[in-house]
Design a protein around this ligand. Sequence first.
Ligand code: NAD
Ligand code: MG
Length: 383
Amino acid sequence: MKNICLLGATGSIGEQTLDVIKAHDDKFRLTAMTFGKNAEKAAEIIETFKPKYVGVGDEHTYETLKQHSFSYTFKTGIGEEALIEAAVIPEADIVVNALVGSVGLLPTLKAMEHKKTIALANKETLVTAGHIVKEHAQKYDVPLLPVDSEHSAIFQALQGENPKHIKRLIVTASGGSFRDRTRQELEGVTVEEALNHPNWSMGAKITVDSATMMNKGLEVIEAHWLFDLPYDQIDVLLHKESIIHSMVEFHDRSVIAQLGTPDMRVPIQYALSYPERLPFDEAKSLELWEVGQLNFAQADFERFRCLQFAYESGKIGGTMPTVLNAANEEAVAAFLSGRISFLGIEDIIEKALERHQVIAKPSLQEIREVDKDARKFVQTLLT
Ligand code: NAD
Ligand code: MG
């Protein structure tokens, strides 16, 4: 039995993780969970899975949760402190980080210090402080397992391989909601249109990130840290069906890909069951004859400027990706609340990057300060 702490239980990855836990309740148990604001959904999860610890996003949501009556008692906590309390709970073997944003950084580091296996969906953690997360994983000797479908695909393709034989990673990209539009056609697109992803149903932030292709940019940085490869060995390939989840090319030109119908529960389950594989009857078998055709195209860096920003920031390194991530989080939130246009997102990120004086090997404290400062700067652009 593996005991699981789930950070971000009410989100898209959170709910799908619960599906996996439910499908294998003889193997996995939810021992701790946190959520942000959705007390109704959280109350249902609590009653169904009976975790021993529940972390709540804020005081107000905690009051709402308290209105519910539960059939058992559990410990609670509030805010960022609760994320850490949950992450270090002694009973848990695995911490699934399904939070959105760089708020996921500290709980990940603390969980590592307590020797927890990390199943990481929260890519912003690796983008904002990749070197610290990697050093921590090595220092405390804990596995850092990818949940993101592309990284899970690469991780699976690398099983039994020697990493020194890798020529390059090919990270596939669906292209998001606006993949068939020209740059001009992106002027004036609405929030509703941006949230309408053709292949995946996900949280709002990552859906907008997919539309700007920042998601792929963040994933390139995530891949750089997870697989310890320079940026010129990480390529992006447009593949609109999301059937090939990513590939690895080796020096002998052999390419290994991982395929499947788009269903995040599959990579989530792989991270939880690793190194074993478990059956998963709820997912649909891939029938390539039904798909018929797979399409590919080169990624266009002028059309998708965020992808360009991500590669550049990644190559510069230090605190540049921290700024990239923080500015993006703020800009996407501003777009979602109707304060800026879709193309305004990349303008804001560009300005934040241009102004930043890079710190080469930042401490955790410096990263937190740069993150805060970049967010503040974006707010000045919004007023
Ligand atoms: P989501 O918005 O659906 O869920 C986020 C969860 O985190 C919610 O439970 C929310 O309450 C909680 N949360 C958010 N901010 C918080 C805060 N400040 N304090 C405490 N809790 C907070 O997001 P998602 O789509 O599930 O994505 C989660 C992460 O997984 C992201 O990093 C995303 O990039 C990554 N990811 C998601 C998918 C997907 O299919 N959804 C696929 C690959 C990677
Ligand atoms: Mg992905």
